[in-house]
Structures are given as C-alpha cells and as structure tokens.
Design a protein around this ligand. Structure first.
Ligand code: FES
Length: 127
C-alpha cells in the first residue's frame, strides 16, 4: 500500500500512514487524522480541500476540467496544487501539505477541537 506523509501549513508533520490505492487525498487525510477541510463534503465545488503535493504528484489521477475550474477559486495556487477530494492515489508514496485555507476550514467544521486548540494557545497559529 502507498505510504502518505502529510504536513500542516507550517511545514510540521501532521500525519503519516498507509492507505489503499484508489483513495483520494482528502479521504486519506480523514483516515490518518489530518486536519484537511472539506466544506462541500468532497463533491468538487468549494476548493477548501486544496493541498500542495510535494512528492508523487505525477502518480495521482489526472486532473479533470471541473477540478481545474474549482481550483481557480483557491488561494495561493501552485503547479503542485490539487483538490484533495479529486486526486486519487495510485501505488506510489505521496507527500503533501494541507493549505492554510483548508486547515482553517477544518477548524470551522470542528468547533469542539477549535475551542480546545484555542484554550491551549494552539489556534490560531502564531505567524
Ligand atoms: S471538498 Fe470541496 S472541492 Fe474538495
């Protein structure tokens, strides 16, 4: 099974582990416990699952036109950008970084965890 290494927006290790081939990056993040936002629930209509693929980019499923259209709405789009809900993993290991926009969305979707992180001084992150 491919191994995934996931970093948070500050470049710190967020999660790592193995997932089945055919899993998309967002599903992988959920399975491995990474804070990867998904405001539309993974149906390619929000751009909040935006991430940067640092290794294994070419091994992911092809980007379709609708993903490119939605990705245009995201912040800080780079040549290594993908929507996590649309990029399926093949057999190769993948390293990716969750964007600030996506992490913020995750905290918006998880108010209990956000309050706990705020109480510990972990959220919002220090610049
Ligand atoms: S979760 Fe909305 S576009 Fe991926």
């Amino acid at each position: 099974m491919p191994k995934l290494t996931i970093y948070n927006p500050r470049g710190e290790l967020e999660a790592e582990g193995e997932v089945e081939s055919g899993t998309n990056l967002l599903q992988a993040s959920v399975k491995l416990g990474a804070k990867h936002g998904s405001a539309c629930g993974g149906v390619c209509s929000c751009s909040t699952c935006h991430c940067w693929v640092k290794k294994g980019f070419d091994s992911l499923s092809e980007q379709e036109d609708n993903e490119a259209d939605i990705l245009d709405r995201a912040f800080d789009v780079k040549p290594i950008s993908r929507l996590g809900c649309q990029a399926e993993i093949s057999n190769e290991d993948v390293v990716y970084q969750i964007t600030e926009e996506s992490e913020r969305t995750w905290y918006d979707e998880h108010p209990k965890e956000r309050h706990e992180a705020e109480a510990k001084g972990l959220w919002p992150p220090k610049k």
